[in-house]
Design a protein. Structure first.
Length: 460
């Protein structure tokens, strides 16, 4: 073998994938996948589907945690990347002003006309880190507020505003921070009175649990923050770019104009990692206040040509295919059909969300037989019932979903924005079959649940 041959390498070594991860990467990932029966081998992907070696299709209702907003391998994004590679641009010289970053910034800002400038990094957590740094510098204050149950990333700064102890444990000390309950204006005002708060960072709809900000909260928080000379940061890493039926989720509430907005995930087109922090002119001018500070915040791979080309292609596709309106329409249809099932299944407690970001919550049933089984699972580990639904959706119906967070009885649906009624039909029919089994007399699901209990105990 001479030279590098990717196809041959994959053909020769691709079958070792789980062993390679066990030996050289995060060894707990293959262990977890084997435990819950997610150790599939997918051969190819397109749009909202995967295919295995036997040619069976799998419906993707996870979209790579929201990265695949356009689905996989969209032809327009693929062509844009071919074009930018073929152009052999003098990329990342560091001492020029390339056109593509300016064009993408200009295009992004049309969707947030109250904002003026953009910083490009490589991921969602970098976008949040940028917002935290800029807010602290612009206000001269150290402390950032966040909401309980929040997720803003896993690097040290964004971890400081992460509402899940499981992610934070063992990584202290972190930045000065304080958590408040989403919607608790009184708590926000008490913290602001201390005079040391730079900003509140908030997901308009939290990914963990799919919990939306209460009506009026973002507007009231914005008014209160500005009165105390603090900033509002909207984390739109998962909710942005049409996911919730608006281009940005904060736009659902009239009059809300965050000082900084973080985006990533879907902007990549699923190909080249990219993150962006949009902000007001005065904030950027304070951070970059002189030529001496021109590189005070930068990223080696930020604004690279491939990422910028992918981002421009994504925004063009979204406009041409009217994906924001499509997400609103398809999301309303899916949520309405699922919500109707709450009358039929006592284990199904709530269906919520906006657009194509939907949470399906399970809860304690009323009938004695189901309640005893539910209690058994809860005693072992909260969240096992949701996992009991996720696994047969994949194993029996070939639909990929996820539990919305550790110890939560919530499934989150964040499919590609390109899905339509056929995918809604397929999911609702499969979900109905799984719930029929769960409410049946014996039920394969409960047998699997007992297996999960044993595994949960063994893993403690």
């Amino acid at each position: 073998m001479t030279g590098f041959d990717l196809a041959r390498l994959l053909a020769e070594r691709g079958g070792e994938r789980y062993d390679l991860h066990t030996r050289h990467l995060n060894h707990q990932l293959p262990r977890m996948l084997h435990t819950i029966g997610f150790d599939k081998v997918y051969e190819r992907a397109e749009g909202a589907y995967f295919w295995d070696a036997d040619g069976q299709d799998y419906l993707d209702m996870l979209a790579g945690f929201g990265v695949m907003g356009l689905g996989r391998h969209h032809p327009v994004v693929r062509q844009a990347l071919h074009d930018v590679l073929d152009a052999q641009l003098p990329d990342l010289t560091r001492f020029d002003c390339a056109p593509l970053p300016g064009l993408l910034a200009e295009r992004l800002l049309t969707h947030a006309p109250h904002l003026d400038r953009v910083f490009f990094g490589n991921s969602g957590t970098e976008a949040v880190e940028t917002a935290l740094k800029f807010a602290r510098y612009a206000t001269g204050r150290p402390r950032v507020l966040y909401c309980t149950h929040a997720f803003h990333g896993l690097t040290t700064g964004s971890l400081s505003v992460n509402g899940e102890d499981g992610f934070r444990d063992g990584f202290a000390p972190l930045l000065p921070d304080t958590a408040i309950e989403m919607g608790d204006i009184g708590a926000l005002e008490r913290e602001l009175r201390r005079g040391d708060v730079a900003a509140l960072v908030v997901e308009p709809i939290q990914g963990k649990g799919v919990l939306a900000a209460p009506p009026g909260f973002l507007g009231a928080a914005q008014e209160l923050l500005h009165r105390h000379k603090a900033l509002l940061i909207a984390d739109e890493v998962q909710t942005g770019l049409g996911r919730t039926g608006d281009f940005f989720a904060y736009q659902h509430e009239r009059g809300v104009e965050p000082d900084l907005v973080c985006v990533a995930k879907a902007l990549s087109g699923g190909y080249v990692p990219v993150g962006a922090t949009l902000g007001k002119d005065w904030i950027f001018k304070k951070v970059y206040s002189s030529m001496d500070r021109v590189l005070v915040h930068s990223a080696s791979f930020g604004a690279n040509a491939q990422a910028m080309a992918a981002g421009l292609a994504v925004l063009s596709v979204m406009e041409d295919e009217q994906l924001v309106a499509s997400a609103r329409h398809t999301g309303d249809l899916l949520r309405t059909r699922l919500a109707a099932l709450t009358e039929k299944y006592e284990l199904l407690h709530d269906v919520r969300g906006r657009g194509l970001m939907i949470g399906i919550e399970f809860g304690r049933p009323k009938s004695l037989g189901l309640r005893s089984r539910w209690t058994m699972l809860q005693a072992a580990r909260k969240g096992l019932f949701a996992q009991m639904v996720v696994v047969p959706l994949l194993q029996r119906h070939r639909i990929l979903t996820q539990v919305s967070g550790d110890h939560l009885e919530v499934i989150k649906l964040i499919p590609p924005l390109t899905i339509g009624e056929p995918e809604v039909d397929r999911f609702v029919e499969a979900f109905t079959a799984v719930m029929d089994d769960a409410h049946g007399g014996g039920g394969l699901m409960w047998d699997f649940g007992r297996t999960l209990v044993k595994q949960a105990v063994a893993l403690r």
